[in-house]
Design a protein around this ligand. Structure first.
Ligand SMILES: [Zn+2]
Length: 66
């Protein structure tokens, strides 16, 4: 007896372990807003070669969408 009847049920879910971790707080990094010079926190490491804005200034500086 051979198991070549593989069409149909049996291959529904595959895996189960895989990088999808969204639980837990995001790590915040302190930065200085490039606009109002206030200290803010951003959810990414400030690179230094690009401006970092606080939440308010980010609203003003984000690219306009059409
Ligand atoms: Zn600001």
């Amino acid at each position: 007896m051979r198991f070549d009847n593989r069409s149909g049920s049996g291959s529904g879910r595959s895996g189960g372990s895989g990088g999808f971790r969204s639980t837990g707080p995001r790590e915040m990094h302190k930065a200085i807003c490039s606009d109002c010079k206030q200290e803010t926190e951003v959810p990414f490491v400030p690179a230094g070669d690009r401006p970092v804005y606080c939440r308010e200034c980010y609203q003003k500086h984000r690219p306009a969408r059409y």
